[in-house]
Ligand binder design. Sequence first.
Ligand SMILES: Nc1ncnc2c1ncn2[C@@H]1O[C@H](COP(=O)(O)OP(=O)(O)OP(=O)(O)O)[C@@H](O)[C@H]1O
Ligand SMILES: [Mg+2]
Length: 305
Amino acid sequence: MDKETGAALAEIVDPAESPRPVFDEPLSVSIASLLEEWRNADDLRLAGLRPAMSTMIFGPPGTGKTMLAHFIAAQVGLPVVVAKLDGLISSFLGTTARNIANLFTFADRYRCVLLLDEFDAVAKLRDDPHELGEIKRVVNTLLQCVDARAGVGFTIAITNHEALLDPAVWRRFDIRIEVPNPGIEVRQEILTQRLATVFNEPVRFRFLAWLMEGASGSDIEKLTDFLRRQIAIRKDSFDFLQSLRSYVQLSAQQDAGERRQLVTGAPEELVRALFNDKATPFNQEQLAALFGKTQPTISRWVKRG
Ligand SMILES: Nc1ncnc2c1ncn2[C@@H]1O[C@H](COP(=O)(O)OP(=O)(O)OP(=O)(O)O)[C@@H](O)[C@H]1O
Ligand SMILES: [Mg+2]
């Protein structure tokens, strides 16, 4: 706890039920090798080798970074001590370094994974010119604590503003994992996981994966939740494309993907975009099924473009 405000500095989470996030192949392979190392950390030490003990996870918002951290902890069978750095940096800046030291002292006492979420809060402090000396002290405390913890337990830090981080902080982490927005295969997998109980037309999953280009896993979650609610409300009168149009309109400001904007226009345009897509082309039969039209109609739409 922060002594002045009484606010909790950390929360202990049992990650037993952590679902597995879905990632593109190269990333899941590197995560598997990190897990291998962490599961065998004691053996590595016995062999006189120093296992990688700290990991920095970075990438854009909503890509599954927090989910990944909990999953890693579950896989190595340890509870997680979660500290939100923005909460730790108290309004009385003078107590921040002490809060950080106390947090590490607490975490170092148990076998656990220390998770420092929203790690960039420390870096953002630098914008305040009045606090330069104090910030140096906070950063130094953090570095010392991360170093000292290397002999004791695992540390995971998460940020989505890696460019803001001090190079010295950055270097302190043995492993750096970038979690980008998902590619089309992963988007399709997340969509299928979340919608398999309500749809069974494969072309819909393929189409939604195409549509959600540039979106994060969290954006996909919002879309699938919306569709499930629509299905629950409308039942037999559920209209797939109409619901997508509503979704795009209702999330217009946040989610202005080019492909998503096509949904709100004439269906002919959308059909042509799908038919002519270089990377993920849709054939006329798939388009007929997707749009509930006959193949001659689709064929006419395609030719007109
Ligand atoms: N790769 C993924 N696989 C499966 N689900 C995902 C994935 N990425 C995001 N999600 C979904 O989005 C939700 C939010 O993910 P999470 O909180 O882990 O993102 P984050 O990267 O930590 O975001 P932020 O940067 O905003 O903290 C998850 O609960 C999950 O349902
Ligand atoms: Mg997060």
